[in-house]
Ligand binder design. Structure first.
Ligand code: SF4
Ligand code: SF4
Length: 446
């Protein structure tokens, strides 16, 4: 299959990065590459779905990778996962002799090894320079569910209408569930038997990188996990903190110990970000165009600085996020020609082990077996967002009162960056706005 053909299939079948970012998958296919990496690092502390999907749909995922390999002319496919994902490793090894130029790469048990840039370094030794894309090093990275969706698109002409989500935390039966895109967070959590107490909140997308989501929020194609946590847990409280108070707190107690910089995952790779200097610049009211502030554009938002490294419980990541958004609003973009200092010689000793991270976050008790459950949940309607991908919002192509079927196109991105949007149910459209389509499910049917 040709590169453009595969890119078109991904776009029109609604495939986006199912790993959280929502990058339209087809847009990665604009150039040849010598290496394809399957990202099954799953380094967010409580995730399970990628290793489970790889163990369950091994052949399908490896077949999709073969299509990508052929389209981009790659010489190798690397399946990157951790030694503890034994079932997935066994299944991949079973099929490996049938797939040419595939190999397994075992990753260290550290966070955040699933960050694309870090994954590429760990599996190939290549460093994507600051501000550049993986393709500049000849690499394309896809995650497990994205490849499963690609298999269904190519082999069965099936559009993306469902999402796998790990749901765990303060709930009765943790698990990974397959749910229709557009049902509510509350309906998804109900599949677990519900929260153990009324005093819980939901974190969507992961302990380190996720955000608070609410019971009526719709499930999107990029939501990987829902973590149910006590409202007063430090992780939830961090997310709810007022950014202005975060800065005032930093002004009074940041002691410039530089622990945030010493353990910064991007700094260790040679990127110019130094969060302790950023904190000093921001809290001392320095110009927003100072080097220390502008270098915050190279932060990956991994969250280590604020959830692990800082002894004063400060929030460099959140402050970086706020300042960056303000800079972007003023038209400031990533600096050109950044300094690259090379990979730190003591990087190996400074990486954060997963078990230590779980323990520090106080979530070791939530790291329990979670079975993969594909039963269809009970729901009455779906709210399908038209902005699930990075890039311009899709344009609705249905109107109130239209009857639609599961898999039917409801939002198009023709002529622009993005990925099309499809109905996840048979039903009737009851509302359409610039941002979403609500579809009432036909009774008794999916
Ligand atoms: S780790 Fe915390 S206290 Fe130390 S420099 Fe960074 S923000 Fe300041
Ligand atoms: S979130 Fe903190 S630790 Fe992670 S890359 Fe950004 S500055 Fe570095």
């Amino acid at each position: 299959m040709k590169l453009e053909q595969l890119a078109h299939i991904m776009k029109t079948h609604g495939i986006i990065g199912a790993g959280g970012a929502g990058f339209p998958s087809g847009t990665k296919l604009n150039s040849k590459a010598d290496t394809i990496i399957l990202n099954c690092a799953e380094c967010e502390p409580l995730f399970k779905l990628h290793r489970q999907l790889l163990a369950t749909y091994t052949f399908e995922i490896m077949t999709a990778l073969t299509h990508v390999k052929e389209a981009v002319g790659a010489k190798q496919v690397i399946i990157a996962l951790k030694p503890s994902y034994k079932e997935a490793i066994d299944r991949v090894n079973y099929y490996l002799p049938s797939f040419n130029d595939f190999r397994i790469s075992l990753l260290p048990k550290v966070y955040p090894v699933g960050d694309e840039i870090i994954l590429i370094y760990e599996t190939t030794g290549r460093v994507v320079k600051p501000g550049k894309l993986p393709i500049t090093e000849g690499v394309i990275v896809y995650n497990v569910e994205t490849m499963l969706n690609t298999y269904y698109a190519i082999e069965e002409d099936k559009n993306v209408t469902e999402k796998y989500i790990t749901i765990t935390g303060e709930i009765k039966n943790p698990g990974t569930f397959k749910v229709p895109v557009g049902i509510t967070v509350a309906e998804a959590v109900a599949l677990t038997g519900g929260a153990k107490s009324d005093d819980c909140m939901y974190l969507g997308g992961g302990l380190m990188t996720g955000n608070v989501v609410y019971p009526n929020d719709p499930i999107t194609k990029k939501l990987n996990a829902i973590l149910v946590l006590p409202k007063n847990s430090p992780i939830i409280q961090k997310r709810l903190a007022n950014p202005a108070i975060n800065i005032r707190k930093a002004m009074s107690i940041c002691c410039q110990c530089r622990s945030c910089t010493d353990l910064c995952s991007r700094n260790l790779l040679g990127y110019p970000i130094e969060p302790h200097l950023f904190m000093r610049a921001v809290t001392k009211g320095m110009d927003s165009d100072s080097e220390a502030v502008l270098n915050s554009f190279y932060c990956s938002q991994c969250g280590l600085c604020e959830l692990y490294s800082c002894p004063q419980d400060l929030s460099p990541r959140s402050i970086i996020n706020k300042v960056r958004a303000e800079l972007r609003a003023k038209g400031v973009s990533t600096p050109e020609n950044p300094k690259f200092t090379g990979v730190s010689s003591d990087r190996n000793y400074k990486q954060v082990q997963m078990n230590r991270l779980r323990s520090r976050l106080g979530v070791t008790g939530y790291y329990v077996p979670a079975t993969l459950d594909e039963k269809v949940p009970d729901f009455k309607e779906v709210k399908i967002m038209l902005n699930q991908h990075i890039g311009p919002v899709a344009d609705a192509v249905v109107k109130k009162g239209d009857k639609v079927t599961c898999g039917q196109l409801i939002g198009t991105t023709e002529g622009k960056l993005g990925s099309d949007v499809h109905s996840s149910v048979d039903g009737t459209v009851i509302a359409v706005t610039d941002m979403y389509v609500i579809i009432k499910r036909r009774s008794g049917k999916k």
